[in-house]
Structures are given as C-alpha cells and as structure tokens.
Design a protein around this ligand. Structure first.
Ligand code: HAM
Length: 423
C-alpha cells in the first residue's frame, strides 16, 4: 500500500455529522443579515500580498508570521486571505461600490492563518463578515453591535460577553504612543523578543501580545482611553448610553486593542469562557482610514467577523446531533421488477410532495440488510415494495421509530400519506 496522504495540519474536513450545525448557523445568519439590509458579496480567496500588508499592517502577527504567501507563475506575490475586510474594501473601491452610497455588505468563507493549531484555532477557518460603509456616526456602530446580539439570539446562544473599547483617532493615538513607548522603554528588560522588536515599529501591538511573561507589563501600561479627546469620547459614550437604554450588557475593556492595525474608535469582541483560550467568537470595530489607505476616497467603515468554528463548538454543546436532517422515508425494494418501478415511483413522489426527503435503496440485497440500512438512515418510515405489493397496487409502511403496526397504503395515496407526515 502506498503512503496515505493526510489533510494539511490545522485544516479540517467538515463531516456530514457536522454540516447540519453549519447549515443552521449559515441559514440563521443569512436571515438576520437580510433583516438589516445587508447584501452578500463573494470575494476571491487569493489576493495580492500587498493588500494585506497595507491594511492589516506590516508589523502584526498576521503579516509577519501567519500568511500563506507564494509567488504565482508570473512572479506576482499572492496570499491566501487571512481575513475578509481588506478584500471587501479592495472590491468596493475597484467596483465603485463606495461612492454616493452606503452599502452594507456581508461575506462568508474560508480564511487562512499559519497559527499554532489548537482547540478553536485552525489554519483554515471560516468567518462570516459584515461591513457597513459611508456612515461616520455612532448609530451604525450601535446597530452593528445589535445585529451581532440578535445573531446570538437567533442561534439560541447566551452567556456571551460583549467587551467594548475605543481606540480614538489617529492623532490621539500618536500622542498616547509616545507615552507608551516611554513606559515600555522603562520596562525593556521585561519585554519578550517580539515586543522589543515592536517597541518602536508598532508599540500598540505590544499590548496585544499573548506572551505569558508580558501580562504584568501590559496590565501596568498607560491606558489609551485616558488619552482621548472629547469627540472620541462622545462617540463612545453615545454607543454606551444606547446599549444601556436597550438593556444590552457589556464590559468596557480598556486593554482591548485588536490584532489588526486598521481600527479607529469603537472596537468590540464577543467572548465566551466555554472554549478555553480561544474564547473570542466575534470581533470587529470601526476602520475609518482604511478605504483611503488602500487608494479610495476617504469613506468611513465599521464591521465585524465571527469565527464559525468557535460558534459551532458552542452550538454542538447546545444542540448535539438534534439538527440532523434524516430522511422521512427509506424505500425498500425486493426483486428486479420492484427495483425499476421503485425508482419511478420515487420520482413521482418527489414531484408530488415538495421538500420530500426520501432515500431509495439501491444495490439490491435481501430484506434484512435493507431494513438495517433503513434503520441506520434515521428515516421515520420504511416503505416496502416487492412483486406482491406491486401486483396489488400498495406499499407496506412500517414506522421505524415507534411501536406502531406496519400498514398498507395504496400507491396512489402514498403522496398524501407522506405529505401529512411532513406537516
Ligand atoms: P479577527 O479578530 O482577526 O478579525 O477575526 C475575527 C474572528 O475570527 C475571531 O474573533 C475568531 O472568532 C475567528 N478566528 C480568527 N482566527 C482564527 C483561527 N485561526 N481559527 C479559528 N477562528 C479564528 C478579523 O478578521 C476582522 N476582519 C474583523 C472585522 C471585520 N473587523 C471589521 N470588519
């Protein structure tokens, strides 16, 4: 036997047992997003590498260490997208979607980051992302947060904590940056290697360090929130006031800085304690400078992305395999004549019963084996068709999940019988 080829480390198959949970999440999310006027955009998985360098930031974990970057056959440097915001902005500029209109867009699909795989952290993972453009006021920040809260409700998830912060404006961050550099400089011996390298290049990223030795240094660092001007604070306070009025609970986390460079003003994360270290299931914020930075006219923007795998882990706890879409009926066919007629009858039933989930036995074999398969399929009924039934124009119907007796139903009444069961 030749050597088996395995999936790439950190990239998982989503098996049929799991797809009902994914479909449930995707269906509910789509319904909520449409309910807020968001329209779906489908974006390429591969983009020019510079797009991510210029948006996420050169001195970030994602760009420095985690991107899947390669030269294509023309020698262009391409990258598997590590996130969706940059591509969405690129597409918005390129297709003229951002001028004189305020599009609200959403996307979903795989993202790629070469991180160390662990529970809730993969190298191929999936996001649903939401981006609203052209709106500078805090009303849209609030609505985006409310939308995410409604998503959890639609999924039946509670116990998620909303954490909120504001990163202010670029000029306010510049003043804070000096203080931060001075502080970090005074603690330089306590910094890990990454943080030392970032001290001057991108000191705010030091605050996002997950290195255990850095926790104390970060905890004692000056706080950005204390250095913001009145306009930034008014924007933030408006959001907070309205969340209070609406009874949406949140915690201001002044240490929340996000791992990507493009944010300004509001940032937020939804966090659970149920998934160990990878507890952030959804994250986002405002990124007013990015469109201009990528070559468009200045357009304010706000959005978030949720991590599907992490939410699936929570849904699995809540729903187990109860969302599986088993067939309603499994059609057993005994004998050659029934085999051909059975497929015809099944096609007629599908015409007559919209949404019917009917699995027809293929591959022949005895009744005993067919019954076993019917049982395993999860179907509620076994439909039994042999030469004898065909002759009499009936079909045996055996409930597989209750003790009810087997009965006979006339073939021309079978569609109505199945319709009644699907109600
Ligand atoms: P992010 O915080 O990098 O933000 O990722 C958003 C979410 O994706 C995370 O909170 C997490 O749930 C999930 N995620 C990230 N990396 C992984 C991984 N390796 N394995 C599993 N799940 C992961 C962004 O990507 C921004 N584009 C969000 C945004 C949209 N901001 C504004 N608009």
């Amino acid at each position: 036997m030749s050597k088996k080829i395995q999936a790439v480390r950190g990239m998982r198959d989503i098996l049929p047992e799991q797809t009902p949970l994914w479909q449930f999440l995707e269906d509910r999310a789509r319904a909520v997003l449409e309910g807020y006027g968001y329209r779906e955009i489908r974006l390429p998985i591969v983009e020019m590498t510079d797009l991510f360098k210029r948006s996420i930031g050169e001195v970030t974990d994602i760009v420095e260490k985690e991107m899947y970057t390669f030269d294509d056959r023309n020698g262009d440097s391409l990258t598997l997208r590590p996130e969706g915001t940059a591509g969405c902005v690129r597409a918005g500029i390129e297709n003229g979607l951002l001028h004189n209109q305020a599009p609200r867009l959403w996307y979903q699909g795989p993202m790629f980051r070469h991180e160390r795989p662990q529970k809730g952290r993969y190298r191929q993972f999936h996001q649903i992302g939401v981006e609203a453009y052209g709106l500078p006021g805090p009303d849209i920040d609030l609505e985006v947060i409310l939308l995410s809260a409604r998503l959890w409700k639609a999924l039946g998830l509670d116990q998620l904590e909303l954490q909120l912060n504001t990163l202010g404006l670029a000029q306010e961050r510049a003043a804070y940056r000096e203080k931060l550099v001075a502080y970090l400089g005074s603690r330089v011996r306590a910094l890990d290697e990454d943080s030392r390298n970032r001290l001057h290049a991108n000191p705010l990223r030091v605050l996002d360090s997950k290195h255990p030795d850095m926790a104390e240094v970060i905890a004692e660092a000056p706080i950005l929130l204390d250095h913001l001007g009145s306009e930034s604070m008014a924007h933030f306070d408006w959001i907070r006031g309205n969340l209070d009025d609406l009874g949406v609970q949140y915690r201001v986390n002044p240490r929340l800085v996000r791992g990507l460079d493009y944010y300004s003003r509001s940032v937020f994360e939804w966090v659970t304690t149920r998934l160990g270290a990878q507890g952030t299931v959804c994250a986002g914020g405002r990124y007013d400078g990015l469109v201009e930075q990528l070559g468009g006219r200045a357009v304010p923007a706000v959005g978030f992305a949720l991590g599907i795998e992490r939410l699936i882990a929570l849904l699995e706890e809540a729903y187990g395999d109860s969302l599986a879409k088993d067939p309603l009926a499994y059609l057993l066919l005994a004998g050659e004549q029934a085999q051909a007629r059975g497929l015809q009858i099944a096609e007629q039933l599908r015409d007559q019963v919209p949404g019917l989930r009917l699995q027809v036995h293929c591959g022949g074999g005895g009744f005993k084996g067919q019954f076993k398969k019917a049982d395993k399929s999860g179907a509620r009924f076994a439909l039994i068709l042999g030469a004898e039934e065909l002759k009499r124009g009936v079909c045996g119907v055996k409930p597989l999940r209750t003790d009810e007796q087997q009965q006979e139903v006339a073939l021309d009444a079978l569609a109505d019988f199945l319709k009644n069961q699907t109600r």
